[in-house]
Every structure is written in C-alpha cells, then in structure tokens.
Design a protein around this ligand. Structure first.
Ligand code: SF4
Length: 459
C-alpha cells in the first residue's frame, strides 16, 4: 500500500471533503470523460444518493456539484467567481464547462436529492449524466466519494475491493500494517518519516517533496490565522457563533499573568483547531487532514508544537507531516477515514492518531513510541459516531477537533513516557475501528438521522 502525503493532505474548500470536495472532483472527472467522448452533449443531470442526499444541503453538496460541472476545482477554487457562476447558472439554466459547448442545466430540475435510492457501493454516491438534444442519456457515470476528497467510479471501487489486500506498492517500504511498518523500521534503522520519504521519492524529487509539504503547512497555518480573526455567525441556519477570535483575544490578554492555571494550554490547542474548523464551516480554504471535518486536529497540534514547545523547530515540519501521512494511510487502507463509512472515529479518530504520531516523532520518539502514540489516540476515539446537527459540519465537529488535538498531544506524551511496549497494537485498534464502523447503525454515519442531530433543537 502506498498513499502519498499529497493524497492524504490536499488543499481544498469547506465544509466537507466527502460532501463538498468529492462531488466537485467527481464532476471534474465527468467533464473530462465527456470531453474525451465522441458525443455531442446538450444537457447535464445529477443525482445525489445516500448520505450525499441526506446531509447534502448542509454540506453544500448541491453547490459543489454544480460548480464542478461548471469547471471549478477544489485546489484552485475562487469564492468570488463561484458566486458569480452560480447566480448565472440559476438565472439562465445554462452551464458552460470549459472545453465543452454551453449545456442545459436547471439546478431546480436537473439536480436531484434522491433520498430513496442509496447505492450499494458506498454511502456517498452521485450519478452524473449527459443528455442529447432529445433528452436521452448519452454518457452516465456513478461516482463514490469515499472520504478525504477521494473519488472512485463504480468500476474503480470494484477493482480496489478485489485487490486491496494483495497489491504491493512498488516502493522501498511497502508497509500495509503498523506491524510491517515497525519491522521495516527495525530492519532499516530508519524512522517512519524517513521510510515514508523514501517511498515518496519514487514519485517526486526531494525538492518537490519539501516544497509541497511547505505549501501544505502554509495553507494550514494561514487557515488557523484567518480563523482566529473571523467573527459573526456561521452559515447554514444553525446560528453557530464563531468563537475562535474571542478565545484568542482572551488568551492573549491572560498571557504572562501569574495566576494562569496550567490547563489553559489546552485552550490554545482547542483554539487552533476550532479556528480551522470555523473556517471550514464558513466554506474557506482548508487542507484535508485526513478530511475537512477533521481538518483542525493536525494543524492545531503542529502549531502547538511550533509555538509552545521549547526547542521546537520548523525543520521538523516535514517529519511531522510524513509520519502523520504514514499513519493516515494505514487507517484508510485497513479501515476508513470516512464518517459516512465508519462514523467520526474514522475522521477525528484517525486525525488524532496521525497528529499524535507526528508529534511523538518530532519529539524524538522511537518508531515503537510513535506507533504507541497513534494507537492511544485512536483507541480513545473508538465508537464515536457521526451525527452533525442539521448536516452542518459545525456541531459537534468544531469543538470535537479541539478535543481531538488535546487527546493527540496527551497520547503522544503518554507514549513517550513508556518504552513503546503496549498491549493494544495500532493494527488491532484500526481493525476494531473497521468492525465497529461496519456494525454501527447507518443513522450514525453522517446522515443526521441519529445522535445529537435529532436531539439538539435546531430550528
Ligand atoms: S461528526 Fe465527525 S465525522 Fe461527522 S461530519 Fe463532524 S467531524 Fe466529520
């Protein structure tokens, strides 16, 4: 198994990697297929299924799909141009994808929230169609948004299912499990970050890797800074107030006061994570880590390391990110990073495991201690459901990222107090997450049909 650090961490837009970025990516892929086809399309149609239908409005899935069909992509998203394009499409019932003729598309008629027909491949499904002058379908593709902005077609999903456990990546350290990762580290005398870098070098130069990681951290850090300045009410109708700025102002005012209790450091971690997730909820630019909903945990821990830990160095950022990506790859490969698939344990739980591993690594942990840090963080997120109120990535998501960051730091600290030996392995934890997710009732998997979503008054 090889999953690049640049697949795990992708620059995109809020509020959701699976429900916003994924559909936009799917639409972009569909346009590419349409351009390559011999057909002469006259119109487009889209239908959203499963969780994409149930929580699609709250996650802006409809907007993302339409904008994707108009040629917008997450990495280059321009909010101003998007608003202009959306207004034009709604007014004219026409859409103008780059490289294709202008096509008929009435959002009210041609974009369907299909609540009754979930598709068998995955909870997040959408079908895109191109039609001819008579309205007959000339090209159709089913896409599954499988979390973290990853999108597969029906055929790709079937192929991946058949080879997942057998395929060995052609990289120097093709670990599929944490046990293999530790064995390879012991044999090679390399750290997890060094092995991951060696794998990445199969596809990119050293300079490209370092520049790419630096760019990712720049976007993450800018997102924290922007989030700490944001004020007002988040969109979506739940009337959730942005709190990061107020917390930041209060923490700055308290700085240096002798009576500040030690636990206030937790507020800094929460602050950084909440700033990112408030930006995400507002539709701002974030980096999947591993998803948008869980995008605050890892940047919060990294910023905490850089700003608050004595001896911290920016030269360790790459090691942090590479280690975290290795752990995220194991979670994704052997279980899931998707709330719609395995609940929030797969999103914030995986994010906390990744951040804990990265933090332990830059503090000098051995590979065993790093694996232990990830294991502790994930173990204590097991069973956590996904139940966003009104389908918005706000409650419980924003605070949950703050608590995930605190757990990640605590897990790393605890692991570094030990010798790396522990009873529950990371592999056992990841497999437990997979089984728990499989057995979890569908209403706790990003449908907003259970949990807080139905118990919190939201009108
Ligand atoms: S509850 Fe967790 S998994 Fe669900 S949308 Fe929020 S952050 Fe994502």
């Amino acid at each position: 198994m090889f999953l690049s650090v640049f697949d795990m961490f992708k620059v995109g837009i809020g509020p959701s990697s699976s429900h916003t970025m994924g559909p936009m990516v799917a639409a972009s892929r569909f346009l590419a297929s349409l351009r390559a086809s011999p057909f002469h399309p006259k119109g487009l149609k889209a239908s959203l299924h499963g969780s994409l239908a149930f929580t699609g409005v709250g996650h802006a899935t409809d907007r993302a799909t339409i904008l994707g069909l108009a040629g917008f992509e997450p990495a280059t998203y321009d909010a101003g141009k998007a608003e202009t394009a959306l207004a034009a499409i709604k007014a004219s019932h026409r859409i103008a994808p780059p490289g294709l003729p202008e096509l008929a598309f009435d959002p009210a008629r041609d974009l369907i929230f299909d609540y009754d027909h979930p598709l068998p491949g995955h909870a997040n499904a959408l079908i895109l169609k191109a039609t001819d002058a008579q309205g007959d379908v000339i090209l159709e593709e089913t896409y599954y948004s499988i979390g973290g902005g990853f999108v597969v077609t029906e055929a790709e999903l079937a192929a991946a299912g058949g080879t997942k456990s057998k395929a060995r990546a052609d990289v120097p350290y093709p670990f599929d499990t944490a046990a293999e990762m530790l064995a390879m580290a012991a044999q090679s005398h390399l750290t997890i970050a060094q092995m991951k870098r060696a794998n990445e070098l199969k596809f990119r130069s050293q300079a490209e890797i370092d520049a790419g990681i630096a760019r990712l951290w720049d976007v993450m850090n800018a997102c924290i800074s922007k989030g700490m300045e944001g004020t007002g009410i988040l969109p979506g109708g739940l009337k959730v107030r942005r709190r990061a700025k107020g917390i930041h102002d209060a923490l700055i005012a308290e700085r240096g006061l002798n009576q500040t209790p030690p636990h206030v450091i937790n507020d800094w971690m929460s602050l950084y994570a909440m700033a990112v997730n408030e930006e995400n909820a507002a539709g701002g630019q974030v980096v999947t880590a591993p998803t948008n909903g869980a995008a605050g945990v890892l940047p919060a821990v990294l910023r905490y390391y850089l700003d608050h830990v004595p001896g911290a160095s920016t030269s360790k950022i790459a090691d942090f990110m590479l280690t975290a990506a290795a752990i995220g790859g194991l979670c994704k490969h052997n279980a899931s990073i998707s709330g719609a698939e395995c609940g929030c344990q797969a999103e914030v739980g995986s994010a906390a495991a990744m951040a804990a591993a990265g933090f332990a690594a830059v503090l000098g942990g051995t590979p065993e201690q790093v694996e232990n840090a990830a294991e502790i963080a994930l173990e204590h997120h097991l069973g956590m459901t996904c139940d966003p109120v009104r389908g918005l990535v706000q409650v419980p998501c924003i605070e949950r990222n703050g608590l995930g960051a605190i757990k990640a730091v605590s897990a790393a600290s605890l692991a570094l107090r030990g010798d790396g030996q522990h009873l529950v392995s990371l592999d056992v934890c990841i497999e437990t997450m997979r089984q728990t997710g499989r057995d979890m009732h569908e209403k706790y998997k990003e449908t907003s049909l259970g949990g807080l979503a139905v118990n919190v008054p939201n009108c």
